[in-house]
Design a protein around this ligand. Structure first.
Ligand SMILES: NC(=O)c1ccc[n+]([C@@H]2O[C@H](COP(=O)([O-])OP(=O)(O)OC[C@H]3O[C@@H](n4cnc5c(N)ncnc54)[C@H](OP(=O)(O)O)[C@@H]3O)[C@@H](O)[C@H]2O)c1
Length: 161
């Protein structure tokens, strides 16, 4: 897989899924800008790799979950005509610090990294992995139903803790 000459921006590239994507993209030859709030973590992720540059945190990125599905589409519209490719990634549960207390099946972050590079090489704009394909289809057919399902699961998880 060759991404030589490309420049990627990976938000949250200092840890978890973002770090795995950063590593795979570097291995494929792309330069990468990683964005986060914790400078020490970003520096550790970069190490001595001059192909990785650091960016600062984006305020309020967590503010609206629903914006997560709207923003790739609007970003794509806003950058139409520029040589910018926006890839929206929806994975199932991935083994990271964030999910260390979650039960059930998980995939490794390196699986997401490899899938991202493959999707970019094939010029895809959306990437759904494994069980996330079902959620994505359902969220188009019945968006309110799927949000209440996710909220119920999140509430149950916080009660179980
Ligand atoms: N793990 C899963 O199973 C899973 C599944 C589906 C979707 N996701 C989503 O995928 C993303 C990454 O998940 P992860 O498991 O890799 O978690 P993670 O390791 O906690 O990664 C979150 C990253 O986002 C960065 N970040 C948080 N707030 C930010 C802000 N305001 N500006 C810039 N960067 C910010 C954090 O860096 P700093 O602390 O340095 O800011 C961190 O590197 C999350 O949005 C998560 O909801 C995860």
């Amino acid at each position: 897989m060759n991404l030589e000459g490309k420049f990627a921006v990976v938000t949250g590239g200092g840890s978890g899924i973002g770090l795995a994507i950063t590593k795979t993209m570097r291995a494929a030859g792309s330069d990468v800008l990683i964005v986060g709030r914790n400078e020490a973590r970003l520096n550790a992720a970069r190490g001595d790799d001059s192909g990785i540059r650091l960016g600062c945190g984006i305020a309020g990125i967590e503010r609206q979950r629903r914006a997560c599905t709207a923003s790739p589409r609007s970003l794509r519209r806003q950058t139409r005509g520029d040589s910018i490719h926006v890839l929206e990634v929806l994975p199932p549960i991935v083994e990271t610090e964030l999910t260390k207390d979650f039960g059930g099946p998980k995939i490794g972050p390196e699986v997401v990294g490899a899938a991202v590079v493959k999707a970019l090489v094939h010029n895809r704009s959306e990437l759904r992995i494994g069980r996330a394909k079902f959620l994505s289809t359902m969220s188009r057919i019945a968006p309110n139903g799927i949000f209440s399902l996710i909220n119920r699961a999140a509430e149950k998880r916080s009660l179980d803790r």
